[in-house]
Design a protein around this ligand. Sequence first.
Ligand SMILES: [Zn+2]
Length: 135
Amino acid sequence: MTRARPVAADFELFERICSGPSGCGGRIMWAKTNASGRTEWLPVDAVPSDRGNVLAYPAPDNPRLLVCDVLATRGPEARRAAGMRADGWLLFTHHRTSCPRADQWARAPKAMRPRPSAFREPPPPAAEPEPEGLF
Ligand SMILES: [Zn+2]
């Protein structure tokens, strides 16, 4: 099955502001990931980047939930990310790469995390998107 590539408008729903006591006011999105082996919320810049390595997309079975996969910035995964961008996928960067208060993002402080009550339980892990023509 081929999933349609999300377009910029698909992400408007997820835009938030980097807020809190040391927020920078930048536009971010919170995306749920299992990249590290446990479920975490990642703050990513709301604007896609041509250096992006975070593949974020609305969960297939819950369009109000943003999920993401994090690709390595070196080696085969970096080439894969470049190929996906060339193929029209929007890739994002972790907000710590652009936030002037980057030191706070080593670990997202509790105050910056979305309240769990604001989200429904996540669906089963999203299937890996399979862009055509890359493999
Ligand atoms: Zn910020």
